[in-house]
Ligand binder design. Sequence first.
Ligand code: FES
Length: 88
Amino acid sequence: MDEITITPIKNGPYKVVGKVRLVDHQGIPYVVKETFILCRCGQSSTKPFCDSTHRKVGFVAEQTASAAPPSALPPPPAAGTAAPTASP
Ligand code: FES
């Protein structure tokens, strides 16, 4: 299996590298290359992909992996259940 890497870019999107199957909420696949960029700021007009709007809106996200201990992360959803949604 090829390794997949997802990198949160400082103050920007997620960079996804590797052979990934990306599907929409209906399970319909997007056509993606082996490297693509996903919006993390929520402001892109081409969601789920980044269109660089994060620069215009001043999106800030500087978290690092070392700042989030595994115990602080939510548990994964049980098989066959929907993932939890963020609170407003
Ligand atoms: S992260 Fe680039 S538009 Fe949202």
